[in-house]
Design a protein around this ligand. Sequence first.
Ligand code: NAP
Length: 469
Amino acid sequence: MSAPLRVAIAGLGTVGTGTLKLLVEQAKLIHERCDRPVVVSAISDLDRDRDRGVSLDRFSWYDDAAAMVAEADVDVVVELIGGSGGIALEVIQAAIAKGRHVVTANKALIAHHGSALAAAAEEAGVSLAYEAAVAGGIPIVKSLRDGLAGNRLSRVYGILNGTCNYVLTQMRDSGRDFDDVLAEAQRFGYAEADPSFDIDGVDTAHKLAILTSIAFGCPIDFEAVHIEGIRHVSTLDIEFAGELGFGIKLLGIAARTDAGVEQRVHPCMVPLEAPIAHVEGVFNALVAEGDFVGTTVYEGRGAGAGPTASAVAADLIDIARELHAPAFGVPVANFESIPAAPMKDRVGPYYVRLMVVDRPGIFAEVAAVLRDHQVSMESVLQRGRAPGDPVPVVMTTHDTREASMAVALELIGRLEAVVEPPRMIRIEPLHGAEQGRCSTPRKTRRIRAVRNPARKSWQRTPTTLLRRS
Ligand SMILES: NC(=O)c1ccc[n+]([C@@H]2O[C@H](COP(=O)([O-])OP(=O)(O)OC[C@H]3O[C@@H](n4cnc5c(N)ncnc54)[C@H](OP(=O)(O)O)[C@@H]3O)[C@@H](O)[C@H]2O)c1
């Protein structure tokens, strides 16, 4: 019988405990699949006494992960502590230096140190595996790195944060506002006590930076990711999006363009006919486009003890089978240095909502600013007039350069009749772009809303479609 693969787990929180349980419960299955046992021999956490629902008696215990790496005689160190540096980085560096394979779920750390760690791992002849770091239970790292290795990828995009997708889904379904739904997500355990990394798009950006490196064979460049979160998305915009034939999703998008590599995270309006528009709640989904394979779509749970442990186990099984791929799909020496495509050069359609005091001439003023900055309107919708109240005016544009849109919005925001900063959400045509088409859906439902002062809500009546070119 082949020698067992001996594993040390650093950090017995949500993912560490889930991984330990999986490796214990599925030991026989994994043994058969690898033709050798995968055994946990050492574990480490700050707190031994916490009830984790699994007996820790048979494992060597260490109060500190650094001591475990220094002393335990193992083949693989699994880092499940978290954090972009600190003890997690120390543990991984020390493990590589000792010739141990490394498995981690730590996207923040890989996004910041992945290229350097991959170089160190290659030099030491060990694996650096991190399937669990991106989209939890969806085997997307393996799919891009190995399954699509015969393709040149042109674009990878997806919903990479379950908290944001849950909040946006609930806002749409319940009509409740962002703060209310976020508080509920925190009560249900779908959002952290400090949700800013998720809500502000940073978590998605960490994962996107990793995927970009795998997709395009370039060093990780987290600093180049344009990041916007979902705090400014309102129920009113979600409602208008539905009327225009779109859903709103926080997407991470990486694309190879003539200008270089584009990496951006922001709320997007996606056509309702795109599969990704129907990925709801805490689920994640990814789309990868390759030159030979075409479009491939992946969906599943992006977090939680079970799905994340499943990904950690997959990495351990690869190592037990002695399958050692370069961490990002190409040896570090073969990384291609590709310039970052600036966000200001993004070209695409936009959704813009203005809150205006309805008075004669206001549309002419807005239209003049747009014309002066080469922004061409595709459609304009105005909701019903309520004397004295500002009314929402919604516009969609034809393809426009980001820099032009930004200047136009700045100037429109200064107009006297515009009473709030303009709200802008980028429209991502997705499938339209594949077919060389770049337009908003044709079937705008003609619905308009008027303010009901008694209920402080909008009632639906036919919309005024002012213009559709
Ligand atoms: N949770 C998920 O669904 C999920 C999904 C995908 C990826 N991940 C990633 O997986 C990693 C772990 O996440 P998690 O949710 O499991 O975190 P967690 O529940 O906070 O677990 C981390 C554990 O490490 C312990 N720890 C801290 N310092 C340590 C040290 N010096 N030595 C040994 N143990 C130490 C912590 O103890 P204390 O609690 O006492 O500090 C805690 O028990 C993170 O990188 C995260 O981004 C998580």
